[in-house]
Design a protein around this ligand. Structure first.
Ligand code: CA
Length: 489
């Protein structure tokens, strides 16, 4: 009797066993936590995408993504230049708190060597993201994610590469902010130094891929990213895909350049056919990634985030203006809106069912807490950002609506002198650090920041300036100092 009873018990267990096996099979296709495809374009300006008002540029794939995503129209980079914004993405902190306020190379020396041309000296800032910082990648890896970085890094030297900051896999990272060329083998002279993108020049046996002649960097990064997605297996992945496009040097495929050259019009804001072709390269490759997610059967289980690290570059490259951030003022380097407001799309298959325009101001410091809350993982470190999960779920978030955002850029750039800024509701205050001059704008009425209200609204200006000063003090920000070697031109 005991034997029969035992057999009966086992027979009873069979459906349960199948159920368990079935669950495992389902788990293999759909891990419990969603995959995260985090795409950052470099220097892509506010109006560079069609879905943000571009005229010359063509971005059908990103427009299709926007049509089913949250499209943020008050989304800010935490800094007007590359490395600090990237540091904010990895740490959830204000760059000024990290003392990482200018791009890596400039922090090391270049800017401070211009000691005679500027009346003030910028502070000595970090050139490497400290290893002690607990990055988003480290948190997601600890939570079971396969963490992969592909593309531009710009958060430090080889001793501070993605592998040291929580990434299981890293492909094509670089210490520098731009490749010497966008064509294989991605190395050569640039800005008076020898630059290269790691990992892409040779095959695993150390030989050159002779057949890769003509290969374009952004296509290759996408190939590498798609391999990682396909090989991720049961583990949810965090794929941090930071394209080098559309940063200078301006280089693109000839047929795309020809296409946009034939479409140039004096009526357009955008006037650069090579830049337009570089934007197209980003769009083409986002299209390939979305198709790959569909082909792998994981499109309904993958969050897709797309944004830029700072405003568009409005200065000249080889004698021609690169882009225009209309209707916003200025561009990369500045704390006017054109330097920090960036196109941002967020698709969440579980919560976002149609395209929605989101007016609530957000910042790159917010993605760290957002992704941890969204994946149900704890945070081991305090952050400055706030979770966007309420917005993702279509709920109102008064905390975010009432929040004040801050910037501090104690450096020079062709578009600016050292400057700090805040945004509170519709109000935007800028404080120029050389002489303490302030400017105040109402972004609801004046998104192009053309009408300075600091003189007509002195009480408001004083209150906001005090708030900005308190923030700078509270986070331990670094200031500028008088330059004893300054020679007035
Ligand atoms: Ca950049």
């Amino acid at each position: 009797m005991p034997r029969k009873s035992s057999l009966a018990k086992h027979m009873l267990d069979i459906p349960a066993l199948l159920l368990v096996m079935g669950w495992h099979a389902a788990a293999a296709t759909h891990p419990k936590q969603p995959n995260i495809l985090f795409i950052v374009a470099d220097d892509l300006g506010w109006s560079d995408l069609k879905c943000y008002g571009a005229d010359l540029h063509e971005t059908p794939n990103l427009d299709r993504l926007a049509a089913k995503s949250l499209r943020f129209v008050n989304s800010y980079a935490a800094a007007p230049v590359s490395s600090p914004t990237r540091a904010s993405l990895m740490t959830g902190k204000f760059p000024a708190r990290l003392h990482f306020t200018i791009w890596s190379e400039a922090a090391s020396s270049a800017e401070r060597k211009n000691q005679e041309i500027y009346p003030y000296l910028p502070p000595q800032t970090l050139e490497n993201l400290p290893l002690e910082e607990i990055t988003l990648a480290e948190q997601l890896k600890k939570g079971g994610y396969l963490t992969a970085h592909v593309g531009k890094w710009h958060l430090g030297d080889l001793m501070h590469f993605p592998q040291t900051q929580g990434f299981d896999v890293s492909v094509a990272a670089s210490q520098r902010g731009a490749p010497p060329t966008y064509f294989f083998p991605y190395k050569g002279e640039a800005f008076g130094e020898y630059r290269f993108v790691t990992d892409l020049g040779t095959s695993s046996d150390g030989k050159y891929f002779a057949d890769r002649k003509g290969e374009y960097l952004t296509d290759r990064l996408t190939d590498e990213a798609m391999k990682i997605m396909a090989d991720a297996g049961d583990r949810p992945f965090f794929l941090n895909l930071w394209y080098y496009n559309v940063h200078t040097p301006l280089e693109a495929k000839q047929q795309d350049i020809d296409h946009f050259k034939s479409r140039l019009s004096p009526a357009y804001h955008h006037q650069h056919e090579v830049y337009a072709a570089m934007v197209k390269a980003v769009d083409d490759n986002v299209g390939r990634l979305l198709q790959k997610l569909a082909d792998l059967g994981i499109a309904d289980h993958t969050l897709v985030i797309f944004l830029s690290d700072n405003g568009g570059y409005i200065n000249e490259y080889k004698g021609r203006a690169v882009t225009d951030n209309y209707p916003l003022r200025s561009g990369k380097g500045a704390l006017y809106e054109g330097g920090i407001r960036v196109p941002t799309l967020l698709y969440d298959p579980d919560w976002v069912k149609k395209g929605v325009t989101v007016e609530t101001p957000i910042c790159t410091i917010d993605f760290y807490p957002t992704l941890l809350e969204r994946t149900g993982l704890p945070s081991d470190t305090p952050v400055d950002g706030k979770s966007l999960v309420h917005l993702i779920k279509g709920e109102k978030d008064t905390l975010l609506e009432n929040r004040t955002l801050y910037w501090h850029y104690p450096h020079y750039y062709p578009t600016t002198t050292p400057v700090s800024a805040l945004r509170e509701g519709p109000w935007k205050l800028l404080e120029f650090l050389e002489d303490g001059r302030t400017e105040l704008y109402d972004l609801n009425d004046d998104p192009g920041e053309q009408h300075d209200l600091s003189k007509t609204r002195p009480e408001l200006t004083t209150r906001l300036l005090a708030k900005l000063h308190k923030w700078k003090k509270d986070i331990g920000s670094q200031g500028i100092t008088v330059n004893p070697n300054y020679k007035k031109p």
